[in-house]
Design a protein around this ligand. Structure first.
Ligand code: C2O
Length: 449
């Protein structure tokens, strides 16, 4: 059954305000006019409890390119090809993978999957059900998704297995012409993220934008944006490109790595995510059932490792929420230590809507940077954050950001009697400031070191 005006009326009569939300999504889908943003959602989903009998390894795209894995790569490509060839009306087709994401990222959707604790579990669920669909379509129970380990210095461009045309991992609207390749170290630095002590900041909470997950605005956003102006750089429709699933494989691996580093997942209570399973049944999964990937039948061939055990790091709050942030004597002592690391965790930069609406990259500076200057040439440059644009609507949410400021703070703080005066300035793709900075306003800033 697909959604029609008649079913809308029925739902409205039956459920009132709930249906209004539902209708706004449907209306949006109709306005988009495409099957890539339309999905029938039966009223009674069945619970799905993941309980995979075997744990198999997801390999990196680089490992899959090794000649010794040629047969495995061929099977993976063929399976993606089978799903890409399903008719778009089939609820498990490639088109409907795109549609699930599109609907969950619609401007009218009050539960956008990118700005709350849905972010990590929802994308994990998308990948998990796609993996199950690939396995049944290809009749190969050993099949697993791959991940793109962009944090590794050898993997800073599009993985080679995705590149050739005429095979299922190719995508025609993929642009590699921007100035972002190869990805720079600080674009894909996972170290400060691995050190974030609480899931609330790393992965968000039940409430939208309180805060926006830090795992959204760093390498996650930067890798999407590197593909501008191709589909990957359009948040809502990025799953059109097969490399999306390898990128999110690595975001999923970042989550696994964060837990493995010694942090804890929250109790998600009865929070749920919804997907079609490989038998085309509409299902819900408790987010609590998605916390342990071994229950989902996979592990990663390697995990990201923190440079220093996280148990050795302390978190010290800075004083202030607007422009001027004071460091306690204890925090100042951390900045002067010779050995690192030192990270800043900025929770919810709030006033980004005061910058030009086209801004997607934000430079964070101590002091006011000159306009038109490469950020790396500015003494007070502390790091970057990014959002991901969407062609059909604008997402200017607050952003949380983690910065690797090892060795950078001591002199700045001494200059200014223990106070950091922070600004946020718009950056272009090359990292140059394109306008004046505004005072940085945030819910909180923590120094970790
Ligand atoms: Cu749902 Cu990386 O996007």
């Amino acid at each position: 059954m697909s959604v029609t005006r008649r079913t809308f009326l029925r739902h409205t009569l039956a459920f009132g305000p709930v249906a209004m939300t539902f209708w706004m999504d449907v209306e949006y889908a109709l306005a988009q006019g495409g099957p890539q943003c339309t999905l029938p959602t039966p009223a009674q989903p069945q619970r799905f409890i993941p309980n995979e009998p075997r744990v198999l390894t997801r390999f990196s795209a680089a490992e899959m390119a090794d000649p010794s894995r040629a047969a495995q790569l061929q099977q993976f490509r063929n399976a993606i090809g089978l799903v890409r060839n399903l008719p778009s009306s089939n609820v498990i087709s490639w088109t409907k993978q795109i549609a699930q994401h599109c609907l969950n990222c619609a401007p009218s959707n009050p539960t956008n999957i990118h700005y709350s604790w849905l972010f990590l579990p929802w994308h994990r669920g998308l990948l998990y059900f796609l993996e199950r669909i690939l396995r049944t379509q290809s009749r190969n129970d050993d099949l697993r998704l791959v991940y793109w380990d962009w944090e590794s210095p050898q993997s800073r461009t599009l993985p080679s297995i995705y590149a050739p045309s005429g095979q299922p991992l190719y995508w025609r609207n993929r642009r590699l012409t921007g100035q972002n390749w190869p990805l720079a170290n600080d674009d894909v630095d996972v170290q400060p993220l691995l050190a974030v002590p609480s899931f609330d900041v790393f992965g968000g909470t039940a409430t939208q934008r309180q805060p926006v997950p830090a795992s959204f605005s760093g390498p996650h956003a930067t890798v999407h944006n590197a593909f501008a102006p191709g589909d990957m750089a359009d948040l809502q429709y990025s799953p059109r490109d097969p490399v999306f699933y390898a990128h999110h494989g690595n975001i999923d691996r970042l989550w696994s790595s964060w837990v493995n580093a010694g942090h804890s997942n929250p109790d998600f209570g009865d929070a749920r995510v919804y997907f079609y399973d490989e038998n085309r049944q509409w299902r819900y999964v408790l987010m609590n059932d998605l916390r342990d990937e071994s229950q989902l039948g996979y592990q990663y061939s390697s995990l990201m490792q923190p440079s220093v055990p996280v148990a050795r790091l302390q978190a010290l709050a800075l004083q202030g929420t607007r422009a001027r942030f004071g460091l306690s004597p204890e925090a100042r002592a951390v900045t002067t230590r010779a050995e690192g690391p030192q990270y800043l965790v900025i929770q919810n930069m709030q006033n980004l809507d005061q910058l030009p609406a086209t801004t997607i990259r934000y430079g964070i500076f101590a002091g006011q940077p000159p306009v038109g200057t490469p950020s790396t040439a500015v003494r007070g440059f502390l790091g970057k954050a990014a959002r991901v644009a969407s062609s059909s609507h604008n997402h200017v949410a607050p952003l949380s950001v983690t910065l690797n400021v090892t060795g950078k703070l001591s002199a700045l703080v001494t200059d200014n009697q223990g106070v950091l005066e922070l600004t946020v300035a718009p950056l272009d793709a090359a990292g140059k400031t394109t306008g004046r900075g505004i005072p940085l306003v945030a819910d909180s800033i923590t120094l970790i070191g």
